[in-house]
Design a protein around this ligand. Structure first.
Ligand code: PLP
Length: 439
């Protein structure tokens, strides 16, 4: 049967865009996030290398939104997956491996007394919220104003600028506090007494907790009968195996993990204290709570990937590798910027495990124009660096290559800034933030 796209004389990438809203399955992968010379469609990956369908090779610094922490097509994980696939991937009763991984997580994650698996971070975060609402019988969710993302679901999306399709009644139930600002948290308790089900946030994003913020917030939550939930979807298996909670010693009531736990295979986990988690079970006499329940939740090969991934992290001390690799990149980028007298166009900060980069234009403002030009000029050298998530596949030579590409890009950015302006040096569109009202 002829498809409607067959009539169009356009390439594969553009045909896919007609069939897939946004042309991709994560907004951060969309054409509006990359300059015109970026690879359009990826063919395959190995280690930290990617090849597009035209055969161009790139060094990947983004590692699949932070999920591929060991490297693309990492053999020890693939071996575990192959072994499991041959035994069948899903059954009508639980499989052995569900209990195996649950046991490992309970051992690793301080707050984990019970575990429930999902397929993505949003599932786990939103399940935690559901449980908090059920346990407390309250409606309001307090989220952190500076967290860029917590979940695809209405409680979070309704609190962003892109809230079309989320009923106002739902939007109003999510309220915001500021990180490291305990007074902003106290204020919410004053405004919504006995009405806040939980505080949910990334325990560390780019800012370090100050003045015992996490300890104070936990005490405040407990005083008010509110649950403390850590979104460790990014920080888990990255800052430490057991997440930020392992480092700071503040144990949340519930926590969500995802991204890095299975080297790109689809696994997430809601974990938490038994008192709350057991409400989703079948062995209590209270009113029932519909927690996570999905057809693919216990897919065996993904859980096998997670076990293999955790084994590799332990075997090779990979968390230490993340801290060192990211810090080497931050330091290298800052000195390269100094060498070429372009410090005013870039800043590198954050943690070794989670470095951050911002780009400034000729006016000194953080700018999408500067970001686009940076990406255009690094991509022209074969470096794909929309953001950086350190991986075990990033070795010393990868970091040296990245620093060299950044240095060359900065020379061009400076030249443009001092000449006709950065915008004039861009071929194609300027990248845009994902969260915006209109295209
Ligand atoms: C902090 C944080 N929480 C939750 C999520 C949602 O995870 P997922 O995309 O797997 O649903 C993300 C995704 O980027 C995230 O960054």
């Amino acid at each position: 049967m002829e498809k409607f796209t067959d009539k169009l004389n356009i390439d594969f990438g553009n045909r896919a865009k007609l069939l897939i809203p946004g042309g991709a399955h994560t907004y951060s992968k969309g054409d509006d996030q990359f300059p015109a010379n970026a690879p359009k469609i990826i063919d395959r990956g190995l280690g930290c290398k990617l090849w597009d369908v035209d055969g161009n090779q790139f060094t990947d610094m983004a590692m699949s939104l932070g999920s591929v922490i060991l490297g693309h097509a990492y053999e020890p994980v693939l071996k575990a997956v192959r072994k499991e696939i041959k035994r069948g991937v899903n059954f009508c009763r639980p499989s052995v491996i569900e209990g195996e991984l649950a046991e490992i997580l309970v051992d690793i994650i301080p707050s984990a007394e019970m575990v429930k698996f999902g397929k993505n971070g949003s599932d786990a975060v939103t399940a935690a919220i559901k449980l908090a609402r059920a346990y407390t019988g309250r409606k309001f969710i307090a989220r952190c104003s500076s967290d860029p993302f917590n979940a695809i679901h209405d409680w979070f999306i309704g609190s962003t600028i892109m809230n079309r399709g989320v009923p106002e009644e739902i939007q109003h139930l999510t309220i915001k506090f500021n990180y490291n600002d305990i007074e902003s948290c106290e204020k919410l308790f004053d405004l919504y007494p006995d009405q806040i089900a939980c505080f949910i946030f990334e325990p560390v994003s780019f800012e370090a907790p100050k003045d015992n913020f996490l300890q104070k917030l936990k005490a405040l939550c407990e005083k008010n009968g509110t649950l403390l939930i850590f979104d460790e979807v990014v920080s888990g298996f990255r800052f430490a195996l057991g997440g930020v909670q392992e480092i700071v010693g503040v144990i949340p009531h519930l926590a969500a993990f995802g991204k890095a736990m299975a080297n790109g295979f689809s696994v997430s986990a809601l974990v938490g204290q038994r008192e709350f988690m057991r409400l989703g079970g079948i062995d209590h006499d209270q009113e029932r709570v519909f927690l996570l329940s999905t057809t693919h939740g216990g897919e065996t090969h993904c859980l096998a990937a997670s076990i293999a991934c955790i084994n590799e992290i332990r075997k090779h001390d990979i968390i230490k590798h993340f801290w060192q690799t990211g810090q080497a990149l931050i330091n290298g980028v800052l000195s390269a910027a100094k060498e070429v007298d372009a410090e005013k166009y870039i800043d590198a900060f954050g943690y070794g495990v989670k470095p951050a980069f911002i780009f400034k234009d000729e006016t000194g403002q953080v700018s999408m124009v500067a970001r686009t030009l940076f990406m255009q000029e690094t991509i022209a050298q074969g470096l794909l660096m929309p953001y950086v998530v350190p991986s075990y596949a990033h070795k010393k030579e990868t970091i040296n290559f990245a620093i060299e590409c950044v240095r060359n890009a900065l020379i061009i950015m400076k030249k443009a800034a001092e000449g006709k302006g950065m915008a004039a040096a861009i071929e194609g569109n300027i990248v845009k933030p994902v969260f915006r009202k209109h295209n």
